[in-house]
Design a binder for this molecule. Sequence first.
Ligand code: HEC
Length: 203
Amino acid sequence: MKSWAGRKIVSRVLLSACGFAMIGCAESPPQNPTGWKVVPVESLTESQKEQQKRALAAKDAMFEALMARLQQAMSEHGAGGAVRVCQEEAPKIAEKISQEKGLAIGRTSFKLRNPNNRPPDWAATLVTARTSQPTVLAHSDGRLATLLPIQVKAQCLMCHGKEDNIPDEVKTALKERYPNDAATGFAEGDLRGWFWVEVPAIQ
Ligand code: HEC
């Protein structure tokens, strides 16, 4: 049996080896640090396909709810007022759909308006890489996650477009509510961000 001092030396050697490995890895992201692994869509198992179907249905429901609310807010309050409605209601819509569907859903981007919309850990490297393909990840514990690209459409430009696309009332509302807004300067067809969905393991 090793003495206490002996163990201490062993763990110190291990620690410095890990430290070295981490420095060595600094330039390329660590492989699979959180237990998540990208799975090609054609290799999904039956239960993963079922989970992905639930994820896509939740995304459709959230997209529809957001669009309906946005249109209503625009006609009732104009573009400036719609910014307020978006701020108040987008997080609630995500929460409601997460609960109804028994999963977690949200939106994220590499250029955020609301800092609370930063990506979950499993999505961080894909977001930095601005992946434009729908991506599926599986966790070793059975969870499934997916990142679904969102493109900029003409009707997004008044709030996410370039300087001269954005009406003054929207500029004012954005300045007031999102002092660190990074989500402007987009053009039609650009990648704006993603829906992310995390589906629990099938029991
Ligand atoms: C009336 C203004 C308005 C319009 C039009 C609008 N958005 Fe937004 N968008 C916002 C606001 C405000 C937020 C921040 C919501 C929050 O606080 O969670 C936001 C947030 C987002 C986010 C979440 C990431 C982030 O930056 O926080 C995405 C993705 C997004 N919008 C995409 C779109 C797309 C795509 C369209 C067009 C189909 C669109 N938006 C149209 C105002 C708008």
